[in-house]
Design a protein around this ligand. Sequence first.
Ligand code: GLC
Length: 740
Amino acid sequence: MAIATINKQAEQPDIEQRIEDLLGQMTLAEKIGQMNQVESGGEHAIDHLRHSIQAGHVGSVLNQADVDIVNELQRIAVHESRLGIPLLVGRDVIHGFKTVMPIPLGQAASWNPDLVRECASVAAREAAKSGVNWTFAPMIDITRDPRWGRIAESLGEDAYLASELGVAMVRGFQGDDLGCAGSIVACAKHFAGYGAAESGRDYATTNIPENELRNVHLRPFEAAVDAGANTLMTSFSDLDGVPATANDFLLRQVLREEWGFDGFVVSDWDSVRQLAIHGLTEDDAASALAAASAGCDMEMAGGAYLHHLPRLVEEGHIDEALIDKSVANILRVKFRLGSFEHPYTDPSHLPGFGDEQALGMARQAALQSVVLLKNDHAALPLSAERLTSIAVIGPMADAPYEQLGTWIFDGDMQLSVTPLQALQDMLGGKVDVRYVPAMDTTRSRQSDAFDEAAAIAGDSDVAVMFLGEESILSGEAHSRADINLPGDQAELVRRVRAAGKPVIAVIMAGRPLTLSNIVDQVDAILFAWHPGSMGGPAIADLLFGIESPSGKLPVTFPRMVGQIPIYYNQKNTGKPPSPETIIHIDDIDPKASQTSHGLTAFHLDAGYTPLFAFGHGLSYARFEYQNLRTNASEIRPGDTLQVSAELTNTGEVPAEEVAQLYVRDLVGNVTRPVKELKGFKRLRLDPGQTIVVEFSLHTDELAFYDRNMQLVTEPGEFHAWIGGSSETGLRTEFRIVDSD
Ligand code: GLC
């Protein structure tokens, strides 16, 4: 076997040797050219870029997805530049390419890593068919602020869930072999801390204590690196006074020295030159020096590296050895990608766009991502047999582009099936489907069609309202300070409610919304995020019980925007609130003297609990947990605790439940969260079926960074829960005791 292995290596010269050989031939200008990524969109990209590529000044292009143009750009690089180094072709393939999957926050609501990986795999093969070989995904910024528009691209508020799903995306994009035709390079972004932007305003300052940075924000990135992500992208944001693009603590100490990352780091769009705007540097030359010195290997769309690094090296401001390291990182990824052997794309070698498998994945992902937030008196599922008419009301019922969500540069709206279309297909001839958009957009303040909507609702057996936000209201630079339903949607709900028939709300949005002003006006709420190409059929299946909702919230839903940040894995504080210690502003005795109420951590006008908690999601079945057990009440460092519970479907329909394992470390060298997700399993149960849900918990999984930034697992008392959300579940205790 050893001999065979050696022979195999002999056939494929070691990548490191190839890097060394190539670097040895490169001029300084050609090296810096590899560190330069240029915008290449539009039909004239070839004319615009030919000379730069011929001169060896371009290492990567982005935003070109016409396979013929990409192949010609590659041909120029390979045959008309001195060393023939192929290009990396980057694109934001965030949640699909032509076939669009639910937005990442929606995919996160599936709590299904296998599904998320398959969605990324479909996206990769469709992108690769267009010549794209590098995606700027997964976005694994942790955020607890739904005002931030980019929460839509994230995998939610929890580091464990984002780690599991971010790794799944990396594996889906890169496949088992990065050199395969349908695999593309993944890019974990935005490194790091971007999701903590002050007030949820995009690009705003982030101040994150190192302990919080390590225990929360860095965990998904370390997981992605460990899973083999070949690139990372720096964040735009100022992190504790040093913008991430020039933050050597992040890019050298953490990423290279601690994690051993051997891929490369790309800046965000023009974030190198923005260092001067931040006020970290004086000008583009100083910005190029700061970013390259800190370990940002490639500059996206700025030109500062190309224009200033040659002189900075020649004048001795930066050592050429540092340039060589960055170029080696970039070449390493190009060799791993196999792009020297296969620089061109033959689209015929890959399946067609929007094929049956792709649309099937999109439908499955939409089905599993929708969260049933509320279902009073089993208003859902609807029954076609018991209905003669249904009023379909609202601006999101028939919006094939809007249901795709943000970051869908290449999404094919023609593939979309809207809820209205799906309901008409499903019910045609059996149930009268009456449609009133009632609003031109979700932001509309025109209510002259509300009477018609209310009349149709009153004349139908049920009203199903499709509400929410258009895709433009989330995503980059699209933060909102008020996260109620936009426009006059709440008034529309009130008017339809007044018609006196059951009201079902289906909400499509790129973020959690504050729904307190409609939650009591409707009988049921299905939260569908932006569900992608096949959102319509999935929502129709869920409305009529073809499938039961099974999504769980990957992010907390506040009652009011003033509660933000509000998240499940908060610290206990020294004055934790409880129902007994709080009072509502309306209940304060008008004659009360200047006394203090409760003296605990709550808001007089909002309390301290969310409207819907992390991990929450209802089903058409009923799930009961019993007999929580552990295999030991005391364990030692290095042991694995087995935690199990019986899960029974006591309902009348088969359905899937996401069983969740949470743990609390009661005492720590630094204070620890009141609860932390440590495991989850999506399980399908028939009516009456009982399954024993088992989790293994190694003591290493209880480790945290202490006040000295050491990763430690401390002895002490722990609580563990197994349940269907972060606010329910059976609880047990166990201890970690010192080794003898
Ligand atoms: C944008 C985004 C980044 C994206 C890049 C290329 O500004 O911040 O996430 O990948 O530019 O489009």
